[in-house]
Design a protein around this ligand. Structure first.
Ligand SMILES: Nc1ncnc2c1ncn2[C@@H]1O[C@H](COP(=O)(O)OP(=O)(O)OP(=O)(O)O)[C@@H](O)[C@H]1O
Length: 303
């Protein structure tokens, strides 16, 4: 289990992680989702003790990870698939890691087989595609057979078959009772990967819930309305906190209220409706809607 409590990381004026609290449970794959620059990598690095928090704490199974001897047996991580020595072979790279961490050498062949790279063991990493480097990074994370696994954008650069393979692997690792945290900036990558979600924006927690609950937010995101009494309807809906936007062709798009509530309000105020149709949004839309503020902020502050 991973527990972050009021975690803060500042770089000068930039607050990369802002009072972030969350729990990652074992037995399910948890997606760690946020737009670019949301603070995902910084958070993962703090979990691993590679970055020191400015404030707050993060523990792995009740202890700061940096306090653990022989860390690879406790937490395996893929942070940056490019962060490998291109002149080495896959086997040499993993052997160096195994030896350096007091792990048996036989694990090297085991994890290479596990990620489908047994045939590429003797090839130099410099010639690997990004997908192969991702597989190698995953192999390194598995080397210590750890109960906790962190993967930063592991689906990047994988072809559809690679994505399917990774999803199956993560599902199996979680099924074995491990804690599996997988970051991404793309909701669609998480759709068939994660069961639980932690969504952050601007370093802050936006949502921590099951994918199923998150998906429910996508329902009735927008409602299309046609009415000859547009001004009256806009006034009524705005007072209820909804946003009404005029579309070309005389239709209005309402966000912030479900269709049945709009119909009732219109009826109560004598507003005539010629059309009232809810549109369910995709998971991606729910994600965009929720993180819109943090994206605007990130774009507006000259990053
Ligand atoms: N070493 C650093 N020095 C200064 N600022 C940093 C440093 N590392 C990260 N940041 C800033 O902290 C914020 C969060 O960055 P981080 O890389 O954690 O986000 P992310 O969610 O992983 O984004 P991405 O999906 O783009 O990798 C950004 O504004 C980034 O510029």
């Amino acid at each position: 289990m991973i527990e972050a409590t009021e975690l803060i990381k500042r770089y000068g004026e930039t607050t990369a992680v802002d009072r972030l609290s969350f729990t990652v449970r074992p037995g399910v794959v948890t997606g760690f989702l946020g737009p670019n620059g949301a603070g995902k990598t910084t958070t993962l690095r703090m979990v691993l003790g590679l970055n020191r928090p400015t404030g707050g704490t993060v523990t792995v199974d009740g202890q700061p990870f940096g306090d653990r001897p022989r860390g690879l047996r406790h937490v395996g991580a893929l942070l940056d698939a490019h962060d490998v020595h291109g002149g080495r072979t896959a086997r040499a790279h993993l052997t160096a890691l195994a030896v350096g961490n007091g792990l048996p050498r036989r694990r090297v062949a085991e994890v290479l087989a596990e990620v489908g790279m047994a045939d590429a063991a003797g090839r130099r990493i410099g010639g690997f595609s990004l997908g192969m480097k991702q597989r190698l990074g995953i192999a390194a994370a598995l080397l210590g057979d750890p109960p906790v696994l962190l993967f930063d954008e592991p689906l990047n650069g994988l072809d559809p078959e690679g994505v399917r393979w990774v999803r199956n692997l993560f599902g199996r690792l979680a099924g074995e009772g491990r804690t599996v945290l997988v970051s991404s900036h793309l909701m669609r990558e998480m759709e068939q990967t994660a069961e639980e979600l932690i969504v952050i924006g601007r370093g802050r927690l936006i949502a921590a819930e099951s994918l199923r609950d998150f998906a429910a937010r996508g329902r009735e995101l927008r409602v299309s309305v046609r009415t000859p009494d547009a001004d009256a309807l806009s006034g009524v809906l705005a007072r209820q906190g909804a946003v009404v936007r005029a579309e070309p062709g005389g239709t209005y798009t309402v966000t912030g209220l479900p269709a049945d509530r709009i119909g009732e309000l219109a009826f109560a105020h004598g507003v005539r409706l010629h059309e009232l149709s809810p549109h369910s949004g995709s998971l991606e839309e729910a994600f965009m809607e929720l993180t819109a503020d943090s994206v605007e902020y990130a774009a507006g502050v000259g990053r």
